[in-house]
Write a protein that binds this ligand. Sequence first.
Ligand code: CA
Length: 396
Amino acid sequence: MTSWIDDPAFAADRPFGPQTLPYGVVEGRDGPVVAVRVGDHALPLRPIAGAFGELAELVSADSLDPLLAAGRPVWSALRARLRELVTATAPPDGAVLLADARNLLPFTVGDYVDFYSSRDHAENVGRMFRPDSDPLLPNWTHLPVGYHGRAGTVVVSGTDIVRPHGQRKGDDGPVFGPSGRLDVEAEIGFVCGGPVARRVSTSAAPDHIFGVAVVNDWSARDIQAWEYVPLGPFLGKSFGTSIGAWITPLDAFAAARVPVPDPGHPRLDYLVEDQSWGLDIRLVVEWNGTVVSRPDFAGMAYSCAQQLAHLTVNGATVRPGDLFASGTVSGPERHQRGSFLELCWGGTEPITLDDGSERTFLADGDTVVITATAPGPDGSVVGLSEVRGTIVAAED
Ligand code: CA
Protein backbone atom coordinates (compact mmCIF):
# COMPACT_ATOMS: atom_id res chain seq x y z
CA MET A 1 0.00 0.00 0.00
CA THR A 2 1.27 3.47 -0.88
CA SER A 3 2.06 5.83 1.96
CA TRP A 4 1.06 9.47 1.73
CA ILE A 5 4.65 10.58 1.53
CA ASP A 6 5.39 8.18 -1.34
CA ASP A 7 2.77 10.05 -3.33
CA PRO A 8 4.49 12.90 -5.21
CA ALA A 9 1.75 15.30 -4.16
CA PHE A 10 2.75 14.90 -0.52
CA ALA A 11 6.52 14.52 -0.92
CA ALA A 12 8.84 16.30 1.48
CA ASP A 13 10.35 18.43 -1.28
CA ARG A 14 6.90 19.87 -1.89
CA PRO A 15 5.86 22.73 0.37
CA PHE A 16 2.94 20.91 2.01
CA GLY A 17 4.49 17.59 2.96
CA PRO A 18 4.69 16.27 6.54
CA GLN A 19 7.21 19.00 7.42
CA THR A 20 4.48 21.66 7.17
CA LEU A 21 0.99 20.41 8.22
CA PRO A 22 -0.93 23.69 8.49
CA TYR A 23 -4.34 23.85 10.17
CA GLY A 24 -7.54 25.27 8.75
CA VAL A 25 -11.29 24.93 8.95
CA VAL A 26 -13.37 23.59 6.08
CA GLU A 27 -17.10 23.35 5.59
CA GLY A 28 -18.05 19.74 6.26
CA ARG A 29 -21.34 17.88 5.82
CA ASP A 30 -22.29 18.71 9.41
CA GLY A 31 -20.83 22.21 9.59
CA PRO A 32 -17.30 23.59 10.01
CA VAL A 33 -14.54 21.11 10.86
CA VAL A 34 -10.88 21.52 11.80
CA ALA A 35 -8.65 20.11 9.07
CA VAL A 36 -4.99 19.77 8.27
CA ARG A 37 -3.56 20.42 4.81
CA VAL A 38 -1.44 17.62 3.35
CA GLY A 39 -0.23 18.24 -0.19
CA ASP A 40 -3.22 19.30 -2.25
CA HIS A 41 -5.69 17.73 0.16
CA ALA A 42 -7.58 18.85 3.24
CA LEU A 43 -7.93 16.16 5.89
CA PRO A 44 -10.89 16.87 8.21
CA LEU A 45 -10.00 15.68 11.70
CA ARG A 46 -13.39 15.15 13.37
CA PRO A 47 -14.18 11.96 11.41
CA ILE A 48 -10.88 10.43 12.57
CA ALA A 49 -10.87 11.98 16.05
CA GLY A 50 -10.55 8.53 17.61
CA ALA A 51 -6.96 8.44 16.35
CA PHE A 52 -6.04 11.39 18.59
CA GLY A 53 -6.65 9.94 22.07
CA GLU A 54 -6.96 12.68 24.66
CA LEU A 55 -6.78 15.31 21.90
CA ALA A 56 -9.97 13.99 20.25
CA GLU A 57 -12.17 16.75 21.61
CA LEU A 58 -9.75 19.45 20.48
CA VAL A 59 -9.62 18.20 16.89
CA SER A 60 -13.41 17.79 16.83
CA ALA A 61 -14.02 21.49 17.35
CA ASP A 62 -15.57 23.71 14.68
CA SER A 63 -12.71 26.23 14.78
CA LEU A 64 -9.07 26.46 15.83
CA ASP A 65 -10.05 28.49 18.91
CA PRO A 66 -9.70 25.64 21.46
CA LEU A 67 -6.40 24.58 19.90
CA LEU A 68 -5.04 28.13 20.06
CA ALA A 69 -5.94 28.31 23.75
CA ALA A 70 -4.41 24.90 24.55
CA GLY A 71 -0.78 26.07 24.50
CA ARG A 72 2.54 24.86 23.18
CA PRO A 73 2.79 21.38 24.82
CA VAL A 74 -0.54 20.44 23.23
CA TRP A 75 0.46 22.01 19.90
CA SER A 76 3.61 19.86 19.88
CA ALA A 77 1.75 16.67 20.86
CA LEU A 78 -0.88 17.14 18.16
CA ARG A 79 1.72 17.90 15.52
CA ALA A 80 3.67 14.76 16.43
CA ARG A 81 0.52 12.65 16.19
CA LEU A 82 -0.38 14.18 12.83
CA ARG A 83 3.08 13.43 11.46
CA GLU A 84 2.63 9.80 12.48
CA LEU A 85 -0.72 9.68 10.77
CA VAL A 86 0.32 11.21 7.45
CA THR A 87 3.50 9.18 7.19
CA ALA A 88 1.61 5.94 7.90
CA THR A 89 1.21 3.41 5.15
CA ALA A 90 -2.22 4.51 4.05
CA PRO A 91 -3.90 7.88 3.91
CA PRO A 92 -6.60 8.26 6.56
CA ASP A 93 -10.16 8.23 5.29
CA GLY A 94 -11.88 11.44 4.41
CA ALA A 95 -9.21 13.53 2.70
CA VAL A 96 -10.70 15.87 0.11
CA LEU A 97 -9.03 17.79 -2.68
CA LEU A 98 -8.46 21.43 -1.76
CA ALA A 99 -10.34 22.37 -4.91
CA ASP A 100 -13.42 20.63 -3.47
CA ALA A 101 -13.08 22.09 0.02
CA ARG A 102 -14.56 25.39 1.15
CA ASN A 103 -12.28 27.11 3.64
CA LEU A 104 -13.67 29.25 6.42
CA LEU A 105 -11.89 31.83 8.57
CA PRO A 106 -10.21 29.28 10.86
CA PHE A 107 -10.22 31.15 14.17
CA THR A 108 -11.95 34.01 15.92
CA VAL A 109 -9.71 37.02 15.40
CA GLY A 110 -9.22 38.84 18.69
CA ASP A 111 -7.22 42.03 18.56
CA TYR A 112 -5.49 42.78 15.30
CA VAL A 113 -2.29 44.82 15.15
CA ASP A 114 -0.34 45.72 12.03
CA PHE A 115 3.34 46.66 12.26
CA TYR A 116 5.57 48.56 9.85
CA SER A 117 8.87 46.73 10.19
CA SER A 118 10.46 46.81 6.73
CA ARG A 119 12.98 49.62 6.53
CA ASP A 120 12.77 49.72 2.74
CA HIS A 121 8.98 49.94 2.82
CA ALA A 122 8.98 52.62 5.51
CA GLU A 123 11.59 54.66 3.64
CA ASN A 124 9.79 54.30 0.29
CA VAL A 125 6.45 55.38 1.75
CA GLY A 126 8.13 58.20 3.69
CA ARG A 127 9.68 59.52 0.50
CA MET A 128 6.31 59.51 -1.28
CA PHE A 129 4.07 60.76 1.56
CA ARG A 130 6.54 63.24 3.12
CA PRO A 131 8.93 64.24 0.29
CA ASP A 132 10.28 67.27 2.16
CA SER A 133 11.45 65.50 5.32
CA ASP A 134 13.49 62.50 6.44
CA PRO A 135 11.86 59.30 5.13
CA LEU A 136 12.09 57.64 8.56
CA LEU A 137 10.72 59.34 11.66
CA PRO A 138 13.10 59.23 14.68
CA ASN A 139 11.16 56.53 16.60
CA TRP A 140 11.27 53.97 13.78
CA THR A 141 14.77 52.66 14.43
CA HIS A 142 14.06 52.25 18.17
CA LEU A 143 10.69 50.49 18.24
CA PRO A 144 8.46 48.44 15.93
CA VAL A 145 5.91 51.06 14.89
CA GLY A 146 2.37 49.66 14.65
CA TYR A 147 -1.33 50.47 14.89
CA HIS A 148 -4.46 48.66 16.01
CA GLY A 149 -6.40 47.47 12.98
CA ARG A 150 -9.94 46.18 12.57
CA ALA A 151 -10.23 42.52 13.64
CA GLY A 152 -13.84 42.25 12.44
CA THR A 153 -12.91 42.73 8.79
CA VAL A 154 -10.13 40.14 8.65
CA VAL A 155 -11.37 37.70 5.97
CA VAL A 156 -10.20 34.32 4.75
CA SER A 157 -8.36 33.92 1.46
CA GLY A 158 -10.75 33.79 -1.48
CA THR A 159 -13.12 36.41 -0.12
CA ASP A 160 -13.86 39.20 -2.63
CA ILE A 161 -12.81 42.70 -1.66
CA VAL A 162 -15.32 45.47 -2.36
CA ARG A 163 -13.67 48.69 -3.51
CA PRO A 164 -14.06 51.07 -0.56
CA HIS A 165 -15.58 54.53 -0.60
CA GLY A 166 -13.97 57.36 1.28
CA GLN A 167 -12.76 60.91 1.54
CA ARG A 168 -9.70 62.00 -0.32
CA LYS A 169 -7.96 65.28 -0.87
CA GLY A 170 -9.18 67.25 -3.89
CA ASP A 171 -7.94 70.49 -5.40
CA ASP A 172 -10.75 72.45 -3.74
CA GLY A 173 -11.26 70.52 -0.52
CA PRO A 174 -12.17 66.92 0.25
CA VAL A 175 -14.05 64.81 -2.28
CA PHE A 176 -15.95 61.55 -1.67
CA GLY A 177 -16.22 58.43 -3.78
CA PRO A 178 -14.75 55.02 -4.55
CA SER A 179 -11.00 54.77 -3.97
CA GLY A 180 -8.98 55.29 -7.14
CA ARG A 181 -5.71 54.07 -5.62
CA LEU A 182 -6.49 50.62 -4.24
CA ASP A 183 -3.38 48.66 -3.33
CA VAL A 184 -2.04 45.55 -1.61
CA GLU A 185 0.47 45.01 1.17
CA ALA A 186 2.23 41.63 1.19
CA GLU A 187 2.79 40.71 4.83
CA ILE A 188 3.37 37.80 7.16
CA GLY A 189 0.83 37.39 9.96
CA PHE A 190 1.29 35.72 13.35
CA VAL A 191 -1.61 34.00 15.11
CA CYS A 192 -1.36 34.12 18.90
CA GLY A 193 -2.25 31.37 21.36
CA GLY A 194 -1.38 29.93 24.74
CA PRO A 195 -2.28 31.43 28.10
CA VAL A 196 -3.37 35.03 28.38
CA ALA A 197 -0.15 36.91 29.13
CA ARG A 198 1.29 40.36 29.57
CA ARG A 199 4.85 41.64 29.27
CA VAL A 200 5.90 38.71 27.04
CA SER A 201 9.68 38.66 26.64
CA THR A 202 11.29 37.95 23.28
CA SER A 203 12.43 34.55 24.57
CA ALA A 204 8.91 33.66 25.77
CA ALA A 205 7.24 34.88 22.57
CA PRO A 206 7.18 31.42 20.87
CA ASP A 207 4.92 30.16 23.68
CA HIS A 208 2.37 32.74 22.57
CA ILE A 209 2.70 32.43 18.78
CA PHE A 210 0.78 29.46 17.42
CA GLY A 211 1.36 29.89 13.73
CA VAL A 212 2.08 31.89 10.64
CA ALA A 213 0.05 32.89 7.58
CA VAL A 214 0.34 35.21 4.62
CA VAL A 215 -1.65 38.42 5.03
CA ASN A 216 -2.73 40.97 2.43
CA ASP A 217 -3.40 44.33 4.07
CA TRP A 218 -5.52 45.92 1.32
CA SER A 219 -4.91 49.68 1.37
CA ALA A 220 -6.73 52.62 -0.26
CA ARG A 221 -3.84 55.03 -0.72
CA ASP A 222 -5.93 58.09 -1.55
CA ILE A 223 -8.04 57.66 1.60
CA GLN A 224 -4.94 56.84 3.66
CA ALA A 225 -2.89 59.83 2.48
CA TRP A 226 -5.61 62.29 3.50
CA GLU A 227 -6.61 60.75 6.84
CA TYR A 228 -3.44 59.33 8.39
CA VAL A 229 -2.00 62.36 10.20
CA PRO A 230 -1.74 62.42 13.19
CA LEU A 231 -3.18 59.08 14.39
CA GLY A 232 -2.24 56.67 11.61
CA PRO A 233 -4.17 54.39 9.24
CA PHE A 234 -7.93 54.18 9.69
CA LEU A 235 -10.58 53.82 6.94
CA GLY A 236 -7.94 53.39 4.24
CA LYS A 237 -7.19 49.97 5.75
CA SER A 238 -10.20 48.83 7.81
CA PHE A 239 -12.44 47.72 4.92
CA GLY A 240 -10.69 44.36 4.59
CA THR A 241 -7.58 42.37 5.48
CA SER A 242 -7.12 38.92 3.93
CA ILE A 243 -5.39 36.00 5.67
CA GLY A 244 -4.37 32.62 4.24
CA ALA A 245 -6.83 29.83 4.99
CA TRP A 246 -4.19 27.49 6.47
CA ILE A 247 -2.15 28.46 9.52
CA THR A 248 1.34 26.93 9.41
CA PRO A 249 2.58 26.10 12.93
CA LEU A 250 5.53 28.13 14.17
CA ASP A 251 7.19 24.75 14.86
CA ALA A 252 7.51 24.23 11.09
CA PHE A 253 9.95 27.17 10.84
CA ALA A 254 12.79 25.80 13.00
CA ALA A 255 15.10 25.56 9.96
CA ALA A 256 14.08 29.01 8.70
CA ARG A 257 15.27 31.03 11.71
CA VAL A 258 17.84 33.73 10.98
CA PRO A 259 19.25 36.56 13.11
CA VAL A 260 17.45 39.88 12.93
CA PRO A 261 19.57 42.37 10.92
CA ASP A 262 21.88 44.50 13.08
CA PRO A 263 20.25 47.94 13.42
CA GLY A 264 23.67 49.56 13.75
CA HIS A 265 22.81 51.26 17.04
CA PRO A 266 21.78 50.18 20.55
CA ARG A 267 18.19 49.22 21.26
CA LEU A 268 16.44 48.95 24.63
CA ASP A 269 16.94 45.67 26.53
CA TYR A 270 13.42 44.28 26.08
CA LEU A 271 13.95 44.26 22.30
CA VAL A 272 17.37 42.61 22.24
CA GLU A 273 17.19 39.73 24.75
CA ASP A 274 16.53 37.20 21.96
CA GLN A 275 17.22 38.35 18.41
CA SER A 276 17.08 34.88 16.83
CA TRP A 277 13.55 34.98 15.48
CA GLY A 278 14.10 36.46 12.05
CA LEU A 279 12.54 34.11 9.51
CA ASP A 280 13.82 33.29 6.03
CA ILE A 281 10.43 33.44 4.32
CA ARG A 282 10.23 34.34 0.62
CA LEU A 283 7.02 35.79 -0.72
CA VAL A 284 5.70 35.84 -4.28
CA VAL A 285 3.10 38.40 -5.38
CA GLU A 286 1.00 37.63 -8.48
CA TRP A 287 -1.23 40.22 -10.14
CA ASN A 288 -3.74 38.60 -12.53
CA GLY A 289 -1.34 35.69 -12.85
CA THR A 290 1.81 37.74 -13.49
CA VAL A 291 4.53 37.52 -10.84
CA VAL A 292 5.24 41.18 -10.06
CA SER A 293 7.28 40.96 -6.86
CA ARG A 294 9.36 38.60 -4.72
CA PRO A 295 9.73 40.22 -1.28
CA ASP A 296 12.20 38.68 1.16
CA PHE A 297 11.07 38.53 4.80
CA ALA A 298 14.53 37.81 6.24
CA GLY A 299 15.46 41.49 5.89
CA MET A 300 12.73 42.74 8.24
CA ALA A 301 14.11 45.04 10.92
CA TYR A 302 12.04 43.57 13.78
CA SER A 303 11.12 39.90 14.36
CA CYS A 304 7.77 38.48 15.47
CA ALA A 305 9.28 38.01 18.94
CA GLN A 306 10.33 41.67 19.13
CA GLN A 307 6.94 42.77 17.86
CA LEU A 308 5.08 40.70 20.47
CA ALA A 309 7.43 41.89 23.23
CA HIS A 310 6.77 45.49 22.23
CA LEU A 311 3.03 44.89 21.89
CA THR A 312 2.80 43.74 25.52
CA VAL A 313 5.62 45.67 27.20
CA ASN A 314 3.23 48.27 28.62
CA GLY A 315 1.14 45.59 30.39
CA ALA A 316 -1.35 45.03 27.57
CA THR A 317 -2.41 41.39 27.39
CA VAL A 318 -2.11 39.01 24.47
CA ARG A 319 -4.90 36.46 24.14
CA PRO A 320 -5.51 33.37 21.98
CA GLY A 321 -6.77 34.54 18.59
CA ASP A 322 -4.96 37.84 18.59
CA LEU A 323 -3.33 38.47 15.24
CA PHE A 324 -0.42 40.69 14.38
CA ALA A 325 1.06 41.30 10.97
CA SER A 326 4.61 42.24 10.10
CA GLY A 327 4.03 45.27 7.95
CA THR A 328 4.58 45.32 4.21
CA VAL A 329 7.58 43.20 3.27
CA SER A 330 9.78 45.17 0.86
CA GLY A 331 13.42 44.78 -0.07
CA PRO A 332 15.93 47.18 -1.58
CA GLU A 333 15.30 46.15 -5.20
CA ARG A 334 12.26 47.14 -7.24
CA HIS A 335 11.23 43.51 -7.79
CA GLN A 336 11.17 43.03 -3.99
CA ARG A 337 8.60 45.73 -3.23
CA GLY A 338 5.54 44.39 -1.43
CA SER A 339 3.04 47.09 -2.43
CA PHE A 340 1.98 48.50 -5.78
CA LEU A 341 2.41 52.02 -4.36
CA GLU A 342 6.14 51.27 -4.24
CA LEU A 343 6.29 49.03 -7.30
CA CYS A 344 4.71 51.75 -9.48
CA TRP A 345 6.22 54.58 -7.43
CA GLY A 346 3.03 56.37 -6.50
CA GLY A 347 1.47 55.66 -9.89
CA THR A 348 4.24 57.24 -11.97
CA GLU A 349 5.89 54.00 -13.19
CA PRO A 350 3.22 51.60 -14.52
CA ILE A 351 4.03 47.93 -14.83
CA THR A 352 2.97 45.70 -17.73
CA LEU A 353 1.22 42.43 -16.92
CA ASP A 354 1.60 39.30 -19.05
CA ASP A 355 -1.64 40.05 -20.90
CA GLY A 356 -0.12 43.34 -22.11
CA SER A 357 -2.25 45.55 -19.87
CA GLU A 358 -0.67 48.32 -17.80
CA ARG A 359 -1.36 48.83 -14.13
CA THR A 360 -0.51 51.25 -11.37
CA PHE A 361 -3.26 50.50 -8.81
CA LEU A 362 -5.95 47.78 -8.74
CA ALA A 363 -8.78 47.71 -11.30
CA ASP A 364 -12.16 46.07 -10.63
CA GLY A 365 -11.88 42.37 -11.44
CA ASP A 366 -8.17 42.19 -10.65
CA THR A 367 -7.00 39.21 -8.60
CA VAL A 368 -3.94 39.23 -6.37
CA VAL A 369 -2.44 36.02 -4.99
CA ILE A 370 0.41 36.04 -2.48
CA THR A 371 2.23 32.84 -1.53
CA ALA A 372 5.37 32.15 0.51
CA THR A 373 7.88 29.42 1.26
CA ALA A 374 10.66 28.90 3.77
CA PRO A 375 13.48 26.39 4.20
CA GLY A 376 12.35 23.28 6.07
CA PRO A 377 14.29 20.48 7.78
CA ASP A 378 16.63 18.28 5.72
CA GLY A 379 16.44 20.36 2.57
CA SER A 380 12.65 20.38 2.46
CA VAL A 381 10.46 23.41 1.79
CA VAL A 382 7.80 24.70 4.17
CA GLY A 383 4.80 26.34 2.51
CA LEU A 384 2.51 29.13 3.52
CA SER A 385 -0.86 28.81 1.81
CA GLU A 386 -1.88 31.44 -0.67
CA VAL A 387 -3.86 34.51 0.23
CA ARG A 388 -6.12 35.37 -2.70
CA GLY A 389 -8.51 38.23 -3.30
CA THR A 390 -10.44 39.72 -6.21
CA ILE A 391 -11.57 43.33 -6.37
CA VAL A 392 -15.25 43.92 -7.04
CA ALA A 393 -16.76 47.28 -7.98
CA ALA A 394 -17.69 49.74 -5.27
CA GLU A 395 -21.26 49.55 -4.01
CA ASP A 396 -23.65 52.31 -5.11
CA1 CA B 1 0.24 47.06 6.51
